[in-house]
Write a protein that binds this ligand. Structure first.
Ligand code: LMR
Length: 392
């Protein structure tokens, strides 16, 4: 039966993780997978998470199942984190990470509107297209990144979405665009909202990096504007990066519905989709997040640590732009300062990316996406030198 099994399409990011792990060189640098690292190259368990784990350990008396849609207190806390004030008409479910939340929402759309078409940014996180293709729903791509200016091709993006209608779902990155680091301004979010109101397309917001751009509130200004004006929208949240809960798989799928009847139907469907895909979603990470978000002291400490993480990333952005300026004698990498989130694209060819990997042991994704959080201050100059030597 398995003789004819097709080779799976390799995921560039996951393949790079394996290549990095297999590299025996000391001093190698991983700028591949989007995982936060500190100044020592470690991905720490956040302080508030440690305390919450202790509390959970002390107070949890059972590991029996939660609800099919997860713990409602977790879902409510996540929705509040994204939206601030939350309307009554939200449906939501805990999911295994941001990827799980996306998958559940894709499935919901497939049930609600089997003919719906999805649209992703050009470029986008590779798993967006891969997951949709696996569901026989190959997405369209709206213009997004301008490789020349390193900004957003907003006029073209707007023209594209203005051509859509009520059968279209547009996946937007809530903040910290992956893989480019080029983000929409609030004014642009407002224009997109006008388009969604007028044309009726449905936004699905992938929110995986809240707090790692400009701040917890700042990063969701656009999302909140959209939610306030539109009857319907969907959000897939991840707790992997901003709570550092990668392997615990905590995420949340939210649907803002038009009214209470719709909300009841969508809520029941989310639970049923969970049941079919994996039954109950994992609760350990979700329980930690719920404890942290609902305890003022723990929450303050989590926010403080997140602020330190964001400050480190933005400090590295400054430092890298400066080192590249000096090594290449040009200001063409200053965009790294303006971008936000874990990623930017250096703008190197595949061959240059390979050269930097082979000669300096610095790993970027083939499209030259670099995880800025994987750098340390003492490596900035080495990286800039290697990039300049490769002719970037
Ligand atoms: C990334 O883009 O590197 C992260 O979102 C991790 C992943 O699952 O790809």
């Amino acid at each position: 039966m398995f003789a004819t099994l097709p080779e799976p399409q390799p995921d560039a990011i996951i393949a790079l993780m394996a290549a990095f792990a297999a590299d025996p060189r000391d001093g190698k640098v991983d700028l591949g997978v989007g995982v936060y690292k500190d100044d020592h190259g470690n991905t720490p368990v956040m302080r508030a998470v440690r305390v919450a784990e202790q509390r959970l350990h002390d107070k949890q008396t059972t590991k029996t199942y939660t609800k099919l849609a997860g713990d409602p207190a977790f879902v409510a806390a996540m929705q509040k984190l994204a939206l601030g004030e939350t309307p009554d008409r939200l449906a939501g479910a805990a999911a295994p990470g941001g990827t799980g939340a996306l998958r559940v929402l894709f499935e919901l759309i497939a049930r609600a509107a089997p003919g719906a078409r999805f649209h992703i940014s050009d470029p986008s996180w590779p798993n967006h297209a891969a997951m949709l293709k696996a569901m026989d729903k190959a997405p369209g791509a709206y213009p997004y990144f301008d490789a020349e200016t390193r900004g957003v091709r907003f006029e073209e993006m707007l023209a594209y979405v203005n051509g859509l209608g009520t059968d279209d779902v547009v996946i937007l990155h809530g903040c910290c665009h992956n893989p480019t680091g080029a983000n929409l301004t609030l004014d642009q979010w407002q224009q997109l909202t006008d388009s969604a109101v007028e044309k009726g397309w449905l936004p699905l917001i992938d929110l995986a990096y809240q707090g790692l751009g400009d701040g917890l509130e700042e990063d969701v200004q656009g999302v909140r504007h959209m939610a306030a004006r539109l009857p319907r929208l969907m959000i897939a949240q991840s707790c992997s990066k901003n709570f550092g809960l990668y392997r615990d798989r905590a995420g949340c799928a939210t649907v803002q519905c038009a009214d209470a009847d719709e909300q009841a139907k969508v809520q029941a469907t989310l639970a049923s989709v969970n049941r079919l895909l994996y039954s109950f979603s994992p609760d350990h990470g979700a329980a930690l997040v719920e404890i942290i978000l609902n305890d003022p002291e723990l929450r303050a400490d989590w926010e403080a640590e997140l602020t330190e993480m964001r400050g480190r990333i933005n400090g590295l952005r400054e430092g890298l732009a400066e080192a590249l300026r000096q090594e290449t004698n040009s200001d063409r990498f200053d965009f790294i300062r303006q971008h936000r989130g874990m990623f930017s694209r250096l703008g190197a060819t595949k061959e240059q990316v390979e050269q930097v990997r082979e000669e300096a042991g610095i790993y970027m994704v083939t499209d030259s996406r670099m995880n800025i959080a994987g750098l340390t201050q003492d490596k900035l100059r080495d990286f800039a030198r290697a990039a300049a030597a490769a002719g970037v």
